[in-house]
Design a binder for this molecule. Structure first.
Ligand code: MG
Length: 383
């Protein structure tokens, strides 16, 4: 099954209402999608994660100029061989960021292709599903003004609960005092017996001292994890923070490959590889094995389109728990609840919440039917 074409699609659409996370204002939705075609008529889809401030054209250029020449005429089933070829041949200018996101997109597409070739879902190719229904957690709480929005954010928390979510992630990192006001307002709005799990994400807004100060506040709110308290480079800071706090520390959406995670996994409790940027399903599988050897739980991050979500669902289905018990904590799916046409409209059957859970697609590959009409509507020139 030889690769005969690699097509890249860059999608963009402006946001009606720009929003902020701690690192800046997001004005558009963007996605970098890839389609790999083979000589036996099969097609695989993948996605390079483009975070809110990242130009999607960078990974598109990587795919077109650096990766496509490696892939052409190669056997699409040689997924591991191709991953190492792509990584080694981009190493001296890659290893992280948009280059790894480009490799991730291709890798996801190759797993999708393999699934179609063998008529099996990706989770089956990974060794089977530990779970076929996955609990989503609501991601939201973006700012539309900046600071001082605790009343609106508390209302949003109640809306997530009413929509059936049993877990939600609160965006902080807008100043410690503002963060505390938000946590207290949400706590009051949900009440003492809300039964919802809370996570917190500051997107590495603070240095060590402030991150620790906020962490002690979070200990009072019983959060499931404290995400990206520090920049990924500050390994020693993570080590100190983890010792100082009782709240579990999570990170990984801005780390890549086994090489990056090998250091991070020594200083965190929850690893969050993003399948669209860590190096794809192949790297996520290897990172998971490493995490297990170090006793670290894996809970993938995902903020991409429906294709990245589909890849994450397949990955989470096949993800072993690190610390087994009868009632072990299970991985949950990040589910960004803000408006996003590249999710609802990109696949023929978008996910629906059923009794608080999302069913893993069991069709071949990623189990999605990608809509070209949506791609054509939002596609922009990628050069
Ligand atoms: Mg995050």
């Amino acid at each position: 099954m030889k690769v005969i074409a690699v097509d890249v699609f860059v999608l963009k659409t402006p946001l009606d209402q720009p929003f902020a996370f701690s690192q800046g204002w997001v004005h558009q939705r963007a996605a970098t999608l890839v389609r790999v075609q083979t000589d036996n008529g099969l097609t695989g889809w993948g996605e390079a994660f483009a975070q809110g401030l990242e130009p999607p054209e960078i990974s598109a250029a990587v795919i077109k100029h650096a990766l496509t020449p490696i892939l052409m005429d190669r056997d699409a089933l040689d997924i591991n061989v191709l991953w190492h070829d792509m990584y080694h041949r981009t190493r001296d200018y890659g290893r992280k960021g948009s280059v790894l996101a480009g490799i991730s997109a291709i890798d996801i597409a190759l797993w999708d292709l393999a699934g179609h070739f063998y008529s099996q879902p990706v989770y089956q190719l990974l060794g089977g599903a530990f779970r076929k229904n996955i609990q989503p957690y609501a991601t939201g709480f973006y700012r539309i003004k900046g600071q001082g929005e605790q009343v609106r954010l508390a209302e949003e928390a109640v809306q997530h609960c009413e929509a059936g979510f049993k877990a939600m992630k609160i965006k902080l990192g807008f100043g410690i005092d503002d963060d505390i006001a938000v946590m207290e307002a949400i706590g009051r709005a949900l009440g003492a017996d809300h039964g919802c799990e809370l996570m917190v994400d500051t997107n590495h807004a603070y240095g060590r001292a402030e991150a620790e100060k906020l962490g002690h506040v979070l200990e009072e709110h019983n959060v499931r994890w404290y995400e990206e308290p520090l920049v990924a480079e500050d390994i020693e800071g993570y080590r100190e923070l983890r010792r100082a706090l009782s709240v579990p520390i999570a990170a990984g959406e801005n780390e890549h490959s086994i090489y990056g995670f090998s250091r991070l996994l020594d200083v965190i409790d929850v690893a969050q590889p993003d399948v669209g940027s860590c190096g794809g399903i192949t790297a996520a599988r290897d990172i998971t094995a490493m995490a297990q050897s170090k006793g670290v739980m894996v809970n993938p991050h995902v903020w991409g389109s429906a294709i990245a979500q589909a890849a994450s669902l397949q990955l989470i289905a096949a993800l072993p728990v690190t610390n087994h018990s009868l009632y072990a904590t299970q991985p949950i799916l990040e589910y960004d609840r803000s408006s996003h046409p590249f999710r609802q409209d990109l696949v023929a059957a978008p996910w629906v919440l059923h009794e608080g859970m999302i069913k893993v697609p069991d069709g071949p590959g990623l189990g999605v039917d990608v809509r070209m009409d949506t791609i054509e509507r939002y596609q922009v020139a990628s050069q």
